[in-house]
Design a binder for this molecule. Structure first.
Ligand SMILES: [Zn+2]
Length: 119
């Protein structure tokens, strides 16, 4: 297996796991855990992309297809994270603390950051 096949296999594996995680969110609704999993995948994919670009540059080679593949995976995971954030914001009906400007739940009686009483 060549160096680049290895990178490609890793990228595909990562994409599959991102898709699995995204599927779990829909079926199981494990929002907190899946979100952490997605964030881990995102930073892992970003690290791998960085390492890939580094090794390509170092060896003076080019493989835009592979780089594009990683970029697509990272974009897909980012999109999932954004989607989840939007869902969570809607679910918890976030509003802004009038005293310090922090995001607070509509259900909260006090601001978690500054302790101001919320109406
Ligand atoms: Zn506050």
């Amino acid at each position: 297996m060549s160096e680049f096949d290895k990178w490609l296999a890793m990228g595909k594996n990562l994409a599959n796991r991102a898709a699995d995680t995204a599927g779990e969110i829909v079926t199981k609704g494990k929002e907190k855990i899946d979100r952490v999993a997605l964030e881990n995948q995102l930073s892992k994919a970003q690290r791998q992309l960085g390492a890939l670009v580094y090794s390509l540059k170092k060896s003076g080679e080019e493989n835009d297809d592979l780089i594009n593949h990683y970029v697509e995976v990272i974009a897909a995971v980012e999109a999932k994270l954004n989607e989840q954030e939007a869902q969570e914001a809607e679910k918890y009906c976030v509003s802004i603390c009038p005293s310090c400007g922090a995001e607070v739940s509509n259900e909260a009686g006090f601001c978690a950051r500054c302790g101001a009483k919320l109406d």
